[in-house]
Ligand binder design. Structure first.
Ligand SMILES: [Zn+2]
Length: 287
């Protein structure tokens, strides 16, 4: 029996740009990969469309060979070009998408806000982002949220939930009852999950109301049975905040996928060259 749908969801990090080669710069990788994906005849669908298909069982929006694009952590480089002292101009993911879709202007006419091309999973907490801007960047204010509404309005992006503070190891304090850092599997109580997931959803949805705010990507790809089997499925009726959650487990999403554990492939991890991505895409069964 063949799958009703099987699609790869790809994840990129605009923060990952230490060099100027495909393997060392996710911006260059994304630009190259968009050409590969188009050449192989894939259609782009939003992560929210995959979530909705799994939530409702109606997968008509995923007809044909599809791929979904996601970006993690939400630094400004998702949306703004930066001029780097050694590498020169680094095109933002937004610029790369806009250039790629400029040649496909019809897309805008048929898409709507529900069908953005890419989904940026952002860290919600402004305090956490301010610290991470210093510890992961140069401390020039490159991890803001002002771009979120503009990104949604562009039609290119959904802005989604990547937790309150990522339990990031370089933060002085994190929203967790016993200050567990660097391991999202330690989120195993209702209180901690609400602090990391519900609060982040509410923040993103206030700043930039959009269909992506109900999607969650596990920080570090870390998930646990409490979150997948109890917390998400047990959201109180009428107060649901999340439709689906995404891992980095490196597999195709199919109709049999648990929507609280939707796998993604990570650039630099599950594929490291244009050829490896092409092999991955060629393995996707036609529906
Ligand atoms: Zn992350």
């Amino acid at each position: 029996m063949s799958a009703r749908f099987a699609l790869p969801i790809l994840a990129y990090h605009s923060l990952h740009a230490p060099g100027s080669t495909y393997a060392t710069n996710d911006h260059l990788a994304l630009e190259e990969d968009l050409r590969t994906i188009r050449r192989l005849g894939f259609r782009f669908v939003s992560a929210r469309a995959v979530a909705d298909a799994l939530a409702t069982g109606d997968d008509r929006s995923l007809a044909g060979r599809c791929v979904a694009l996601t970006f993690d952590d939400g630094p400004n480089t998702d949306f703004f070009d930066v001029r780097h002292s050694e590498l020169g101009l680094i095109k933002s993911f937004r610029t790369i998408l806009a250039e790629s879709w400029g040649a496909h202007a019809l897309w805008r006419a048929v898409a709507g806000r529900r069908h953005a091309i890419a989904t940026s999973f952002v860290i919600a907490s402004p305090e956490a982002r301010a610290v991470l801007d210093r510890t992961c960047f140069a401390g020039r204010g490159d991890w803001e949220d002002g771009w979120w509404p503009e990104a949604v309005a562009s039609g290119l992006f959904h802005v989604a939930n990547h937790s309150w503070d990522h339990l990031h190891a370089s933060l002085p304090t994190v929203a967790h009852s016993s200050q567990e850092k660097g391991d999202f599997r330690k989120v195993c109580s209702l209180e901690d999950a609400d602090a990391q997931i519900r609060a982040a959803h509410e923040f993103v949805d206030r700043k930039a109301p959009n269909p992506g705010s109900r999607l969650f990507a596990y920080p570090y790809g870390h998930w646990n049975r409490f979150l997948a089997d109890e917390y998400f499925p047990g959201q109180p009726p009428g107060r649901e905040h999340t439709v689906a959650a995404f891992t980095t487990d490196g597999a195709l999403a199919t109709e049999a996928t648990n929507r609280w554990l939707i796998p993604r492939f990570v650039c630099g991890d599950h594929w490291k060259s244009p050829g490896e991505l092409e092999r991955l895409l060629r393995d996707v069964p036609a529906r």
